[in-house]
Design a protein around this ligand. Structure first.
Ligand code: 4AZ
Length: 601
């Protein structure tokens, strides 16, 4: 790696003194139009986590088989009277065969049926919402106060309107001769991804005053003629443009919240361009795929603590509302199931030795600093770097290897200095080499290859006790231009000087790289990285090695593979890396999904 002297630059953080604009940006500026072309929905695992009864395949959440659900939990009953061992089993079954829906937690009883209907409207698609809960005799109404587009969408989907709700709060006239006790309405809370209102949590609160009743107009073909002011959801529904990117899943398929440059209202912007409701921040569940909604959280904001705080506030404040919970909290059950799913261990270093204060710079690495870094030895020479990704698998550049030469290669793991081999060093023979079938040696497109190491005789696994796999990024939205990442390798210095010890340096991800390499840069497949002054760059011999980035939880991902670049250390020609996230499916096809899937296995 080529490293010249570093300029110490002090940046003033001007963001805090930035002028606050008087008016919010027009809504269409919040939406990333190019991103919309991807038609992302709540089932796009590039943007969101799948449900625990789903797994991510080729960028989409698809149904898991029921046996892949965790075993423990309580039984649930469906609308057709069938019993399932857990909520996950039922949802997985429903995902495969959508006719049957959730009815209630616990066993199935003869008379117990959840029912929802719309009353006092002119059509079947509208009216005041009436429900009958499983353990309640009476039909009840829902309080307006607890009713939002989130609940309304679930109710309409439940009633057979797949595009959800059109509007809420359209007064319907209750015939004068009917005396409805409007102080006895139910409160309901949904997450928005439920397929039945029965999955939402119902509570009863005693209240003295009059409460408005929840109503809805469900979305049908006749509703919502599109205007140039409307946002078109992926499910075909049109919503007012000003409601996109506000954290509320207005579309019902979340497509109005997944391509955002900024959020408005009560919402939080994930680095991945997704708006989530502010309430999801620090609620104990990670919602942003990039994880930042659950970092830097004040302990007292944990839900249980918050609940206790709220309770003590109530005790002191004399608020008299009593809350009676009428249905099981399936959202909490969903979170519990999620926490039981197997977790992959990658990208976290084992050692905890003292961290050096210096972050920026080209420095020799120490033992355990880059436990995913490997060296590829071809005959007598170390020719390329590689990245250990788990099992017996190493990722490298296609231009580094040839499948037919596999027996000439050795993988050196936990190596630091190849003149003075350290005690941790392991040398593995190679079993096979897989080069991407669309690798183009002229354009360097798809410059990616996999090396399968040989197991030691009699061993079932590749035991690399001094190595740690880097995580394979499953989404192209995990890191963004300007993020700081690290390159490492045994490549040449600027003056073509040979390097014997592993060296590392910090670089920034660079967007818009076509300006540096017109007609040679392929955005989807490649990633540029470098520094403003070119002082840190990959060079000859670093090829095949890692460009790694750390997420907010300090988990390390292999974001790039050193691929090519014009010269070394020239700011006008940044280093070009294979964009690994683009090859997640290719990698998982060869190494097996469970080896590299952190979520949604
Ligand atoms: C090489 O020859 C090479 N500056 C690798 C990386 C870069 C240039 C050349 C990027 O392997």
């Amino acid at each position: 790696m080529k490293i010249t002297h570093l300029l110490l630059l002090f940046y003033l953080n001007l963001s805090s003194s930035k002028c606050v604009s008087v008016s919010d940006p027009p809504p269409q500026d919040l939406v990333d139009q190019k991103c919309l072309l991807n038609q992302y929905t709540h089932r796009s695992c590039n943007k969101v986590f799948c449900q625990p009864w789903q797994k991510c395949v080729d960028g989409s959440c698809v149904c898991k088989l029921p046996y892949q659900c965790p075993k423990n939990g309580t039984p649930v009953c469906t609308t057709n009277g069938r019993k399932y061992p857990t909520y996950c089993h039922q949802k997985s079954f429903e995902c495969l065969q959508p006719q049957t829906k959730f009815s209630n937690n616990g066993t199935c009883t003869a008379e117990g049926k959840f029912n929802i209907s719309l009353r006092y409207g002119n059509t079947k698609a509208e009216g005041i919402v009436q429900v009958k809960l499983v353990d309640q005799d009476e039909e009840m109404f829902i309080c307006k106060k607890s009713w939002s587009m989130t609940e309304a969408n679930v109710a309409c989907v439940d009633l057979g309107f797949p595009q959800g709700a059109f509007v809420i709060r359209r007064r319907f006239n209750i015939p004068g001769n009917l005396r409805i006790n409007t102080t006895k309405c139910l409160h309901v809370h949904c997450r928005g991804i439920e397929t039945s209102l029965a999955e939402c949590t119902f509570t009863k609160r005693r209240s003295n005053g009059y409460q408005g009743l929840a109503d809805v107009v469900c979305y049908t073909q006749d509703e919502g003629s599109p205007t140039n002011q409307s946002f078109r959801c992926v499910n075909g529904k049109h919503i007012p443009q000003e409601r996109a990117c506000n954290g509320v899943n207005e579309c019902g398929d979340q497509s109005d919240e997944l391509c955002c440059k900024d959020c408005q209202g009560n919402a939080f912007l994930c680095k991945s361009g997704v708006c989530i409701p502010n309430e999801y921040k620090c609620n104990g569940e990670v919602d942003c795929i990039t994880g930042e909604d659950e970092t830097g959280c004040d302990e007292t904001r944990h839900p249980q603590i918050r609940e206790n705080l709220a309770r003590s506030d109530q005790d002191q404040g004399g608020e008299t509302e009593e809350t009676e919970i009428l249905t099981a909290d399936m959202d909490t059950e969903r979170q519990r199931i999620k926490s039981l799913l197997p977790k992959l261990s990658c990208g976290v270093k084992r050692r905890t030795h003292i961290l050096r204060k210096r972050v920026v710079g080209g420095k020799p690495a120490e033992v355990g600093d880059y436990p995913w870094q490997v060296a590829i030895k071809d005959g007598e020479r170390i020719t390329c770097g590689g990245i250990y990704i788990g099992g017996c698998w190493v990722l490298t550049a296609a231009h580094c290897v040839r499948p037919s030469r596999y027996h000439n290669y050795q993988i050196w793991t936990a190596l630091l200095d190849w003149l003075k081999p350290n005690s941790q060093l392991r040398v593995q023979a190679v079993n096979r080499v897989i080069v991407h079938e669309k690798y183009n040696g002229t354009t360097y497109q798809n410059d990616i290859a996999l090396i399968e190491m040989k197991k030691y005789s009699g061993k079932k696994e590749c035991e690399l006790s001094n190595s740690v796999p880097a995580c394979v990024p499953w989404s192209p939205y995990l890191f963004q231009p300007k993020d700081k990442c690290i390159i490492s390798g045994w490549g040449r210095e600027k003056d073509n000087k040979k390097v014997y010890t592993l060296r590392w340096g910090e670089v920034n991800l660079i967007g818009n790289c076509s300006q540096f390499y017109p007609n040679r840069y392929y955005e989807k497949e490649m990633q540029c990285a470098g520094t403003d002054d070119g002082s840190i760059d990959a060079c000859k011999g670093d090829s095949g090695g890692p460009l790694v980035c750390k997420d907010v939880n300090n988990v390390t991902y292999v974001w790039g593979i050193v691929s090519w670049g014009e010269n070394c250390g020239k700011p006008e020609f940044p280093g070009v890396y294979t964009r690994v996230a683009n090859y997640f499916d290719w990698i998982s096809y060869h190494v097996g999904r469970p080896l590299i899937s952190q979520h949604n296995v």
